[in-house]
Design a protein around this ligand. Structure first.
Ligand code: ZN
Length: 253
């Protein structure tokens, strides 16, 4: 059964549900010799992966661009590239590769931790996060800036007040910082339930990213495909094929 995302049928003719968009999930790009959470790919691997997309006739874009293109029926050949947490290596290691392959991307940042480190990952090496200037720099280069909450909490475990601050206040801070609308949210750890998704909708986000949201799948709980250092061309090919087979079709995204 297709997941319905539009409100009411109205008088429009039925639209055949489309496959869920293919959204790649990255985090950090750099040295991955000490990487217990498997969140890092080397710049060389990212380069190979974007080359693979090109060979398949695909191009990586910001998620907002992909959703807009789908709404106009012009998303053929587009996949979304997303980068979580807002690591400082985005500017030094990711952006040059994206530019070389003419790709866009969405960067989900934590306005409550700008210039800080990823202390929510206790086992991994400390990685620097972008400063406010770094986020502005990425935005000026055409990168879509989205919110990953304020401080990287599992939102399914916080009370309503904290939830509202993490979701709505982070959006307001990022809009002030970039001077542009912020449409996208990304659930920390991919954790989402109905209450959290409702808070994200109420805060005015146009879409939100999860990882594997199951029955919540929709515009405010988009599944994503983890892409890591081990994803060579062959594995990426499989992930791309399996995504189309496994994911239920949805309307409205
Ligand atoms: Zn994260």
């Amino acid at each position: 059964m297709a997941v319905r995302l539009d409100s009411g049928t109205g008088s429009r003719p039925p639209v055949r549900p489309a496959a869920v968009p293919w959204v790649a999930m990255y985090h950090s790009v750099g040295d991955c010799s000490d990487d217990p959470y498997r969140i890092t790919v080397t710049p060389e691997r990212l380069e190979q992966q974007l080359a693979w997309l090109r060979r398949r006739g695909l191009r990586g874009v910001a998620l907002r661009e992909l959703l807009d293109a789908r709404a106009r029926g012009r998303a053929r050949g587009l996949v979304a590239l997303t980068f979580d947490d807002g690591y400082a290596d985005f500017l030094t290691h990711t952006l040059p590769v994206l530019h070389r392959w003419n790709c866009g991307a969405t960067l989900f940042v934590l306005p409550g931790r700008l210039g800080d480190v990823n202390s929510w990952d206790p086992l991994g090496p400390r990685k620097e996060l972008l400063t406010a200037d770094g986020v502005r720099h990425a935005a000026a280069e055409g990168v879509e800036i989205g919110s990953h909450g304020l401080t990287h909490l599992n939102l399914t475990r916080v009370d309503d007040g904290v939830l509202k601050a993490e979701v709505a206040h982070s959006r307001a801070l990022l809009e002030e910082l970039t001077g542009a609308p912020v449409d996208g949210f990304c659930y920390p750890y991919g954790k989402v339930d109905r209450r959290v998704a409702a808070a994200v909708r109420e805060a005015g986000y146009a879409y939100a990213c999860a990882i594997d949201p199951g029955p919540l799948t929709g515009r405010h709980a988009l599944p994503r495909v983890h892409v890591g250092q081990n994803d060579t061309a062959w594995r990426l090919h499989l992930k791309h094929r399996l995504h189309r087979l496994r994911r239920r079709p949805v309307k409205g995204v």
